[in-house]
Design a protein around this ligand. Sequence first.
Ligand code: SIN
Ligand code: FE2
Length: 209
Amino acid sequence: MRKSVETAFEGITLYPGFLDGSGQRALLAAILEGLTAEKPYRPRMPRTGKPWSIHQMNFGPLGWVSQPEGYGYAELNEASGRPWPPIPPLLLDIWADVANYPAPPECCLVNLYDAPKARMGLHRDEDEEALDAPVVSISLGDTCVFRIGGFARGDRSRSFRLASGDVLVLGGASRLRYHGVDRIIPGSSQLVPGGGRINLTLRRVTKPA
Ligand code: SIN
Ligand code: FE2
């Protein structure tokens, strides 16, 4: 079992350095290979259609999408009309190690923080039916300042850093907490060619039969 640290929140476990340098390089290679098959795109905000500051892509039978019509899961990549590439086996292994859930993830949302000002506002991951499954987040590249709050947007929040190779499990009593990314610390890692941060979140969407 890898070493985890307690966070201030029940149901949130942080595994600092879950992936060592070679593990991070192997996972990055698998991700970059998947991203050559389907090109990352800039999601659009519901209603306004305004583009986000990050790029996104998905792996797996279902992909999380943000479109003017709203948030949800889709079987096809609207940009290409094709299914999303499969979830790399290295990610399925991480899920099997830390999720403590009897079924595999169906979605890996890839968030690419590739601009210096890229961030993600406070939000809840609530588009999944299987809310008994955790969201497993893997960070590669530049460190970010990650923020976790309560169950209402204005609740008190606290921040901590997520570095390359860290794995964060958001589940149990904290599954629906607000969270987001305040900022990226440019130049804090040399892993990703050209810099920036890649975040991978593994999600079980449907309830297992
Ligand atoms: C997310 O909440 O979907 C992503 C969080 C992160 O980038 O660490
Ligand atoms: Fe999220």
